[in-house]
Design a protein around this ligand. Structure first.
Ligand code: AGP
Length: 610
């Protein structure tokens, strides 16, 4: 989720570019830069925070009145000067900023290198600026050249493009990654999100997919990709800055819960699509020889990431038939574990900086084990120290309570277990096709649940007075129930306990009394009847039961007080869907209790100390 800004008009561009990027700071980033036209295109960029860019700009004479700027949330290539945007062509007469993922950049890069283009970065974006230069050889009109080049791109992009030969215009073009155009008096603005321009204008055009714009000092014209001019309604923004940063949601946690359909698509991007024959995990260099030497797999993480690890354990063990142990990092590192060159360690971490998880990684490497990391933050310490890396493309997760990052970790676990199963010949083509079809349906199934979020709010309102809550599940549902309980603890400050459903009768059921609240997860159909029996046991003792079940389940409504149905899918994948209502339930309880749901007391987003 990068930040894009552009300015063309009566004033100096640089102050707007910097202020606009600051307003997008909440999106998280690891490098930043500006390109301003002032007789030539002047480029100033740096790794690090925005204040580092401001230091670079101090004393610079960037007096131009047209320019673009960018804050980068790395997806391809570590945070560095070379990888920072804006990117320029070799002749330095074109500059570009980009938000999104160009799926076919490697193929385009090879084609352009064969034509003699020199690349200086690892980014997918740099491919686009060279492609525009190449396309200019056939299309003298710059706008036509940009549109023609864009038609060759696969994936998602929000682009801002400027050229030395066309200093009176900024070109913007959108596919999947949002772009908004602010309309001023003898000045116009471009941004990837509203907060960047709210200080200057509330009148905007929202670019839709497949639309492009030419911004000049006194005009904004919108076109389709065939250069047919389009008529657009001006939208007047009524949000304040704070609401705009959350895209109109009340809190980052809710915004991130609702981003999950896109996050799933982004995490699948380039790895699994309708016409895939295999799962592509290009940064995982594990093949049959390596896997066959592995006699033990540890999955090590903390908190929510550990619950994703528990699910990964079940899936890899069931599919790859290799023993897998899921361990909490803070325990693992002190138990003198058995590690050697035949061990594979998989660490899971959203931040890539969690101290205990990093310590476990270093122990494993020291013992000669191979380490793979499932991480969200590109260039984080864990991602740099692992042998293999599988990035989750969740974008910056601002709320302390993890939601979209957890779902993207589950997607990573699905992809990894399938990949391992295919390498070891445990998943045949028919099952691969079944799994692929089911995984590709997940974004719309998550959206189906989100569309019914008010049903969950009603359940939360009904139970707002509860003093504690029990969660139960069997098999994969147990790991999911642990995540549900953690969410309630984190954001509602309520005691929440998760149990393997079969364990209740071994003691915990003594806690059940009239009015106890219990969340029963029924996502594993093979174990569903057993869990139903456990729900009956607690109902008989006066508990108030909420069941989360798969569509078509006819038993749940007979035993639970309230049932929330999620779409049916492959047994491996129900873990992701069953968890969405848990996220919403915790969110609504927290809000109902008046807590700071994004920044819960006592917690930090990344636990970089032991
Ligand atoms: C999740 O809601 C919590 N914020 C916490 O458990 C978190 O998952 C844990 O600290 C691990 O963080 P990491 O994924 O950044 O390593």
């Amino acid at each position: 989720m990068c930040g894009i800004v552009g300015y063309i008009g009566k004033s100096k561009a640089t102050p707007f570019l910097v202020e606009g990027l600051k307003a997008l700071e909440y999106r998280g980033y690891d490098s930043a830069g500006v390109a301003v036209y002032d007789q030539t295109i002047e480029l100033v960029k740096t790794k690090g925070r925005l204040k580092d860019l401001e230091s670079c700009l101090d004393g610079s004479q960037l007096n131009g009145t047209m320019g673009i700027g960018h804050t980068r949330w790395a997806t391809h290539g570590e945070p560095s000067y070379c990888n920072a945007h804006p990117h320029m062509n070799t002749r330095t007469d074109i500059a570009i900023v980009h938000n999104g993922i160009i799926e076919n950049y490697l193929e385009l890069k090879e084609e352009l290198e064969a034509k003699g283009y020199q690349f200086v970065s690892e980014t997918d974006t740099e491919t686009v600026v060279h492609l525009i230069e190449e396309t200019l050889k056939e299309h003298e009109n710059f706008f036509t050249a940009v549109l023609t080049a864009a038609k060759r791109l696969k994936g998602s992009y929000g682009l801002g493009v400027i050229s030395h030969k066309n200093p009176d215009q900024i070109i913007a073009i959108r596919k999947d990654s949002p772009l908004v155009i602010g309309l001023g008096e003898h000045e116009n603005f471009l941004a990837s999100d509203i907060p960047a321009i709210l200080k200057y204008t509330r009148n905007v055009y929202f670019l839709e997919d497949g639309e492009a714009a030419i911004l000049t000092k006194d005009s904004v014209k919108i076109y389709d990709l065939d250069e047919k001019e389009l008529k657009k309604e001006v939208f007047t923004v009524t949000w304040d800055i704070d609401a705009a940063e959350k895209s109109g949601y009340d809190h980052f946690m809710m915004k991130e819960i609702f981003e999950q359909p896109k996050v799933i698509k982004d995490t699948l991007n380039g790895r699994l699509s309708q016409d895939s024959e295999e799962v592509i995990l290009d940064q995982i260099k594990i093949d049959k020889d390596v896997l066959e030497k592995i006699n033990k797999i540890y999955i090590v993480a903390c908190g929510t990431a550990y619950y994703a690890g528990m699910i990964g354990k079940e899936l890899i063990e069931k599919i790859a038939r290799v023993p897998v142990v899921a361990e909490v990092a803070s325990e693992f590192r002190y138990k003198d574990p058995i590690l050697d060159e035949n061990t594979l360690m998989i660490v899971v971490s959203q931040s890539g900086e969690t101290a205990d998880t990093l310590a476990a990684l270093r122990m494993a490497k020291q013992a000669g084990a191979r380490v793979m990391a499932i991480v969200n933050v590109v260039g984080s310490t864990i991602s740099r120290e692992a042998h293999d890396i599988l990035y989750t493309s969740a974008g910056p997760e601002i709320a302390v309570a993890s939601t979209k990052a957890y779902s993207s970790q589950l997607i990573a676990m699905y992809l990894l277990s399938i990949r391992m199963g295919r390498i070891l010949g445990k998943i045949d083509d028919a099952e691969f096709t079944e799994l692929k079809t089911a995984i590709l349906k997940l974004p719309e199934q998550v959206q189906n649940i989100l569309d019914r979020s008010q049903e969950i709010k009603a359940l939360a309102d009904k139970h707002l007075g509860m003093k504690n809550i029990f969660y139960i599940g069997r098999g994969l549902d147990y790991a999911t129930s642990l995540e549900g309980a953690l969410k309630i603890k984190e954001v509602a400050y309520l005691h929440a306990e998760s149990y393997q459903a079969g364990e209740l009768k071994h003691g915990p059921i003594a806690l059940i009394e009239k009015g106890s609240v219990l969340m029963g997860l029924l996502g594993q159909e093979s174990l569903m009847e057993k869990t139903i029996s456990n729900i009956k046991e607690v109902k008989a003792r006066g508990a108030d039961v909420i069941a989360i079940a798969l569509e078509g389940n006819t038993m749940a409504k007979h035993v639970a007080d309230d049932v929330f149905m999620v779409p049916k899918t492959h047994w491996m994948l129900t873990t992701l869907l069953i968890n969405i209502p848990q996220q919403l339930f915790a969110y609504y309880i927290s809000c109902g209790l008046g807590h700071d749901v994004d920044k819960p007391r006592n917690l930090a987003k990344s636990v970089t100390v032991e």
